[in-house]
Design a protein around this ligand. Structure first.
Ligand SMILES: [Zn+2]
Ligand SMILES: [Zn+2]
Length: 343
């Protein structure tokens, strides 16, 4: 089969590799759409070992079912939860199996991902799609599921006021899902006017470019005391958590959704004095059903987030565009069944 193979650094190449087979308890699917995540540009940093097929956001059709698999058949249309669990570690037995100590994550470390014509995965990690849902929309189930999980970690209640720091695809998805869950007011803070404009055009929310606007005065005008109920850090920037802590009401909750590469010390005295809750959010747990329903019902506008579609062969150009045109491209999606027309 054809697959994008990561060779280390920013080096990606399309190669012919052996197609996977379905081991017991597992399935093989034909990948119809596979999105690029910000983390795919940091494979080295996350401990991936080249050569590796990246990719963990995808949807496709089951083509082979391993021994002992029930409830899935060839021809089923599915989206994948990339975090395959061991089932026996402490996390797996305590109901937080998404934090499995022995997890195998598609496209991470040594587990082949889905930027390929076919992918193998534990059957438990394949979730059936609602009937009318297209594959391009469905491949965003994973990024939507992690945002849904993050809002759950923040215990979002209908009517609450939410500050989302980050205008990337995850900020966009958080905003849409917060609105769908009944948030009373959503404010998205970011750095790119183009992105913020597009977020505001599809989602009822306020936006703030913190490079040119003062977030504190916008909050005092639009929210007022005591502050927002929930703030989500979705940028990976070290300074964002303190912005959030200053915006929160007493007993408000800060969710650390992103991996922060250069953390700064938190405003501990404010956390103490205002009894701020700080919750981490990593991957997702039992959110595929509600998220697939939301996408199927049009409550998450996936088309507004996908800016680039490409066959596997366009991988280098796609990765470069994502690095260089940050303001214009939210998400890129590979269509592995599409072949590049030879010139
Ligand atoms: Zn991702
Ligand atoms: Zn486990």
């Amino acid at each position: 089969m054809r697959a994008i193979v990561w060779k280390g650094g920013q080096n990606f190449q399309v190669e012919q590799v052996l197609a996977p087979r379905a081991a017991p308890g597992r399935i093989v699917a034909r990948v119809e759409a596979a999105a690029v995540c910000g983390s795919d540009s940091h494979l080295d940093d996350f401990g991936a070992v080249p050569p590796l097929i990246p990719g963990h956001e995808a949807a496709g059709v089951v083509v082979e079912v391993g021994q002992g698999v029930h409830g899935l058949a060839c021809g089923d249309r599915v989206a994948f939860d990339p975090v395959q669990r061991c089932g026996t570690c402490w996390c797996c037995t305590q109901g937080i199996e998404h934090l499995c100590a022995n997890y195998r994550h598609l496209g991470d470390r040594q587990t082949p991902g889905c930027w390929a014509e076919y992918v193998a995965i534990d059957a438990a990690n394949a979730h059936s799609l609602p009937e009318a849902l297209g594959f391009q929309a469905a491949c965003l189930t994973e990024p939507a599921a992690v945002c849904y999980h993050s809002l759950r970690r923040g215990a979002l209640q209908p009517g609450q006021r939410v500050l989302i720091i980050g205008d990337g695809p995850f900020g966009f998805l958080h905003a849409q899902i917060a609105v769908a869950l009944g948030a009373g007011l959503v404010i998205v803070a970011g750095h790119y006017d183009e992105r913020l404009k597009r977020i505001a055009a599809t989602t009822p929310c306020l936006v703030c470019n913190t490079r040119t606007q003062d977030l504190a005065s916008l909050l005092s005008k639009e929210v007022g005391p005591p502050g927002v109920d929930l703030a989500v850090e979705a940028t990976g920037s070290g300074s964002a958590p303190n912005l959030a802590i200053h915006a929160l009401r007493p007993r408000g909750t800060l969710v650390i959704f992103s991996y922060i590469w250069q953390p700064q010390s938190l405003a501990m005295n404010l956390i103490h004095m205002n009894e701020i809750n700080v919750a981490g959010s990593c991957r997702s747990r039992q959110t595929y059903r509600p998220v697939l329903e939301m996408i199927g019902a049009g409550k998450i506008n996936t088309a507004a987030i996908i800016d680039l579609r490409s066959p596997l062969e366009g991988c280098l150009g796609v990765m470069q565009s994502l690095r260089q045109k940050k303001a214009e491209i939210f998400k890129a999606v590979f269509l592995p069944q599409q072949k590049m027309i030879a010139h």
